[in-house]
Design a protein around this ligand. Sequence first.
Ligand code: PRP
Ligand code: URA
Ligand code: MG
Length: 209
Amino acid sequence: MAHVTVVDHPLVQHKLSRLRDKTRSTAGFRRLIKEVALFLGYEVTRDLPMTTERIETPLAEMDAPTLMGKKMVFASVLRAGEGMIEGLIELVPSARIAHIGLYRDPDTLQPVQYYFKAPEDIADRLVIVVDPMLATGNSVSKAIDLLKEKGANNLRLLCLLAAPEGIEALKLRHPDVPIFTAAIDDRLNEHGYIVPGLGDAGDRMFGTK
Ligand SMILES: O=P(O)(O)OC[C@H]1O[C@H](OP(=O)(O)OP(=O)(O)O)[C@H](O)[C@@H]1O
Ligand SMILES: O=c1cc[nH]c(=O)[nH]1
Ligand SMILES: [Mg+2]
């Protein structure tokens, strides 16, 4: 699998532009994050292993394709991951959800952990780490460290925007984790924000600034 997959579907790109627009309302931002997450979720699950199940339609018996293995885990990096989870749950209603509470210290740009909860049998499941922003990559790398300590061994990252710096950092720290993103932006600014980016995803989603 490619290390980085950019989901360049026209609907994704259109909605992403709407999200980036600084005049978007909190309600509009939330709605768009959820919608884009649905499309991204479609791509990150495209190659899931399948099996068949014998069923009867009203007309005949058939071997019907179904997903193989245990239900996947969406691992939400708080806070901003939560906006994407809303869309992903619509796509896979039976998925398990892990929560990883991290915030980025604005001076050191290092993540500070305040919460962690994941399914006990995470080692047997595909884990899709969900965070809209891959900036320095420190937060997602830490989230993946914690998930791996719990036994996760089959992981993918689903984000909305990635900076080249974050992609490189993740490649170094977790080369086994493929990245799915809607766009790769130009760079980080002096405060570690993605440029052009969309600003602070958590603050825009929850209306805290
Ligand atoms: O790649 P990094 O440089 O680590 O930055 C990205 C992180 O920053 C944001 O979270 P933030 O720390 O703002 O927390 P919040 O979601 O609670 O606002 C974002 O959702 C990522 O988790
Ligand atoms: O651009 C950025 C970088 C980190 N966190 C965000 O929410 N946005
Ligand atoms: Mg934030």
